[in-house]
Design a protein around this ligand. Structure first.
Ligand code: ABC
Ligand code: CA
Length: 485
């Protein structure tokens, strides 16, 4: 599927090992152990109702290829990022038939499959951790290359301001080195291009999340993306828009890390959090990225960062943050477990087993919240054929703890004030969002307000809750939002 196909989607990200077991069991899973807990592809298949009923129509799964086995000083390869043989699958997650069955089950529901892929490195379990000099690795296990000459010479990344160092030195550390593949070598480049082409076709993959994209030279990526011939979203882990921007020209787009940091900081520092920084980051990204921010992956949690609720548990603030990916230009991504209120901190605590929640759909306000947000976005797409190609705009507000985002027919009002705050909003007629004396619905609460005769809007947000406003006329008969039943 193309980037345009993906823009109407919303993505549920799972850590395959931590989502569900195919046999329906719920074994204990202590994240501190950094060990496999048993989740697998059959488990995902068995819980597609759970994912789809929240309104998601794409699933991003962990890397699928064979990883190093056994325990390292940093635990087991349960997350899937320690590839050893890219031509074989990670049997902990299932068989080739299981993975094909997952793709087929998704497609039967008109859902997309996104697979995480790692091209930057392979991992060899050091035979002797007190001596990790290059000669000590068993290269024969590292397939399809099998020799030391497939890797850049050993050096650990030491200077993130030196791009050659970032690209050609190694991630990891002496405890567990990630051997950096020589992606300057044309034979290796050809191997990778053929590999991705075959992988996408063999498993009917609809899109790829590209791990460690900034650790490979930019001009490696266009041919790789062309061979993939599906949407590719690169992980460029950086807070800086200008650094990320060129990757949006060599890949489908990037995960929107700069905005993630802006949003995280704005909502986790009390009312001193800088809300206008979000507006300025997004505006920069809209200006600098290829295709603006329409193709970015928009997220507020993932497997590498502490969950929002490890820092802030005020449910009003949490609901504001969670709204972000669904109301801006990018493709929304929800990291599994946020809907269940998970609170894990840094890796590995943020990789809790979802089955321990019992897949509860009845008593989880955040699950209801995300279901509504998905429905609101879908409704906006169907009400305005230009929704997906109209840039989000910010309407300036006097109160620095607020942010008003216009993306017609949606107007979203966010605040970091928390549940004891109350905000009086004024949206001027010059915002050109509504007509005069029009009924406008906050689809999160189903409260309605009426605009003034000039189309301006005054509305109060109580308890620091976010509001997603749409004209009543944009809520169609067929839609499910705010229908009294
Ligand atoms: C292991 C241990 C952890 C331990 C960690 C250091 O080592 O398990 O307990 O804390 C996989 C596993 C991890 C494992 C690693 C290493 O492998 O999931 O559990 O951690 O063995 C991707 C994936 C990630 C994956 C890998 C490796 C890569 O999403 O899940 O990790 O395949 C760098 C890379 C980035 C990578 C990330 C983990 O490390 O660029 O691709 N993620 C700065 C640098 C970034 C750097 C980041 C963290 O630090 O610029 O390049 O990411 O080290 C902003 C700045 C940024 C700054 C951030 C922190 O702040 O603008 O520049 O990022 O404001
Ligand atoms: Ca590299």
């Amino acid at each position: 599927a193309s980037a345009d196909d993906w823009t109407r989607r919303s993505i549920y990200q799972v850590v395959t090992d931590r989502f569900a077991l195919g046999n329906g069991s719920s074994p204990p899973c202590n994240t501190d152990n950094r060990a496999y807990c048993g989740g697998n592809w059959q488990g995902i298949i068995s819980k597609l109702d759970y994912i789809q009923q929240m309104g998601f129509d794409a699933v991003w799964i962990s890397p699928i290829v064979e990883n190093i086995q056994g325990r390292t000083s940093e635990g087991e390869a349960y997350h899937g990022y320690w590839s050893q043989n890219i031509n074989s699958l990670n049997s902990n997650f299932g068989s080739a038939n299981d993975l094909k069955a997952l793709a087929a089950a998704l497609h039967a529901r008109s859902m997309f499959l996104m697979v995480d892929v790692v091209v930057n490195h392979l991992v060899a379990n050091p035979t002797n951790t007190s001596d990790i000099s290059p000669e000590t690795f068993d290269y024969s296990l590292l397939q399809p290359f099998g020799g030391q000459n497939a890797f850049h010479s050993q050096c650990f990344i030491s200077d993130y301001t030196n791009q050659t160092n970032v690209e050609q030195c190694w991630l990891g550390d002496s405890g567990l080195p990630l051997l950096d593949i020589d992606t300057e070598n044309s034979t290796i480049v050809d191997t990778m291009n053929t590999w991705i082409k075959d992988l996408v076709s063999e498993y009917s993959i609809d899109g790829l999340r590209i791990d460690t994209a900034k650790h490979i030279r930019q001009d490696f990526w266009p041919a790789f993306a062309a061979n993939a011939s599906v949407y590719t979203v690169g992980e460029v882990l950086i807070g800086d828009v200008t650094y990320a921007a060129p990757y949006t020209s060599v890949l489908g787009s990037v995960l929107d890390y700069p905005t993630y940091y802006g949003v995280y900081n704005a909502f986790t520092s009390g009312t001193s959090g800088n809300m206008s920084a979000i507006a300025s980051l997004v505006t920069q990204a809209q200006d600098q990225y290829n295709h603006g921010t329409f193709y970015v992956g928009s997220f507020v949690e993932n497997q590498d960062n502490p969950r929002i609720q490890s820092t802030v548990t005020d449910q009003s603030i949490v609901k504001n943050v969670m709204a972000w990916p669904f109301i801006n230009d990018g493709i929304p991504i929800l990291y599994y477990g946020q809907e269940q209120g998970y609170q894990g901190g840094n890796d590995p605590s943020n990789r809790e087993a979802l089955w321990l929640s019992g897949f509860d759909t009845e008593n989880k306000p955040l699950l209801t919240h995300v279901t509504t947000l998905n429905a609101a976005r879908k409704q906006a797409i169907s009400a305005n054929s230009s929704f997906l190609t109209t840039k989000a705009k910010f309407i300036s507000q006097p109160d620095s703890s607020t942010l008003a985002i216009s993306k017609p027919p949606m107007l979203t009002l966010l605040t970091n004030g928390g549940n004891s705050s109350s905000v009086k909003w004024s949206i001027p007629s010059s915002a050109n969002l509504f007509s005069g004396s029009e009924t406008v619905v906050d689809v999160l609460s189903c409260n309605t307000v009426t605009t003034a005769s000039d189309g301006s809007l005054s509305v109060t947000a109580s308890s620091g809750l976010p509001q997603v406003l749409m004209p009543a006329s944009a809520l169609s008969e067929s839609g499910s939002l705010c229908k009294s039943s």
